[in-house]
Ligand binder design. Structure first.
Ligand code: PLP
Length: 401
């Protein structure tokens, strides 16, 4: 594939009529290497965040060997793309046929569960196999996260001991897992969750072989500047080391967003302007699902020749977006800061869409076609370049000597 230097070069070369997804493999590779080298355990990529086969190959080439899959389609996809990968089926509610196919045809040995029903299902579908790694998912709070995952899954502490004991009987290897919610803005989220894990293990008096701290590692978006990832890894490591687990236990994590947010941005075109509202050609049913449904703000920039030239003073204004479908709900509140003179025909680059963005596109109302280009410039924000200042350190902090 021809590699363009940046989004403006794509517009110059193609003036795309459809939304265009831009891939930045170098950014995903850098994120993967960061986790592989710095997380004090094993990193499983959560495929749901972005199931692009190209991305899976980039992550594999950068050292990610384990993949968190949540559906039989994801199992098949990763197995076909990366025949050597270790697959972990971490959805706590699965169809028996999906479990059976994963076990018998795709070599999956790791499964998660949060109920006795699911435990029975897994035992039966795998023919009462003796080589299973079973991870019990605990319910933990999502208090520190932008997107909650506290309601749907997870066994409460009151039932955890019994479920851990029963799972221990069926498992060759026993794990405890949880998810603190996506885009967790404080490392403390993991400390709190690991304290629940401690209580559950003590209560159950079982030997635990794996602690899986799940996903939730943040990326950078407007208004969301998390602390450095090293801080998360540091507190996880210290708390994990103090747990009552076997000396040979393993620490796992399942990052989705943090590994792929920087991988994609998107070029859209303004088809109409109505005051401070821009009608663009992608939206709530496309890659902007989170912008529409949870008011997520993504970074934006206009792609114009004069903007590329330094020294031009531009007056900015807050805009909201309408997507291309006929639905009123196809609306992204923003605000998105763009030049006050935005007009029909302008192209906009929307950044940080690699996680739960590109993956969310549908063909609803006939809008879904997308072109894909590769670019070599930097994503609009990065956790991994080593040049970010810690947002908690303010300029007017008085240090006591
Ligand atoms: C079980 C599981 N693991 C990992 C992830 C990835 O989470 P994140 O993208 O917040 O890192 C998710 C997301 O929903 C999940 O459900």
């Amino acid at each position: 594939m021809h590699i363009h230097p940046d989004a403006l070069a794509v517009v110059r070369a193609s003036a795309p009529d459809q939304p265009a997804i831009l891939n930045r493999p170098h950014a995903a590779a850098r994120a993967a290497r960061f986790f592989v080298e710095k997380f004090p355990g094993k990193s499983l990529y959560a495929v749901k965040a972005n199931p692009s086969a190209d991305l899976l190959r980039v992550l594999w080439d950068s050292g990610v060997t384990h993949y968190d899959v949540a559906s039989i389609a994801e199992v098949r996809l990763v197995r076909a793309t990366l025949p050597e990968a270790t697959l972990c089926f971490m959805h706590p509610v699965k169809a028996p046929a999906a479990i059976r196919e994963a076990y018998e045809q795709h070599g999956v040995r790791v499964f998660s569960l949060d109920s006795f029903e699911e435990l029975e299902k897994i035992k039966e579908a795998c023919g009462f196999a003796e080589d299973l790694t079973l991870c019990v998912r605990l319910r933990v709070s999502s208090d520190y996260s932008e997107l909650s995952l506290a309601s749907k899954f997870g066994c409460d502490l009151t039932n955890a001991a019994e479920l851990l004991q029963a799972t221990r009987q069926a498992a060759d290897s026993l794990g405890v897992c949880f998810h603190v919610g996506s885009q967790s803005m404080s490392p403390h989220a993991y400390v709190q969750a690991l304290e629940r894990v401690r209580a559950a293990i003590v209560d159950a008096s079982v030997t635990v072989d794996i602690i899986d701290v799940g996903g939730g590692f943040p990326s950078i978006y407007p208004g969301m500047e998390p602390p450095p990832l090293e801080d998360y890894f540091g507190v996880i490591d210290r708390t994990y080391e103090s747990l009552p687990i076997s000396y040979s236990a393993e620490l796992w994590c399942e990052p989705g967003r943090a590994l792929c947010a920087e991988y994609n941005s998107m070029i859209v075109r303004v088809e109409r302007r109505r005051g401070a509202e821009l009608y663009i050609n992608d939206g709530a049913y496309g890659a902007l699902f989170d912008a529409a449904h949870v008011g997520w703000r993504f970074p934006v920039r206009v792609l114009r020749e004069e903007v590329a030239n330094d020294g031009v003073e531009i007056e900015m204004e807050p805009f909201s977006f309408y997507g291309p479908t006929c639905d009123d709900m196809d609306h992204m509140e923003g605000p998105f800061e763009l030049p006050a003179d935005m007009k029909v025909g302008d192209y906009i680059e929307i950044g940080m869409l690699g996680a739960y963005g590109a993956a969310m596109k549908t063909a609803f109302n006939g809008f879904g076609a997308t072109e894909v280009f590769e670019v070599s410039d930097e994503p609009m924000a990065s956790q991994y370049r080593g040049d970010r200042r810690d947002p908690r350190v303010s300029d007017n902090v008085v240090s006591l000597r």
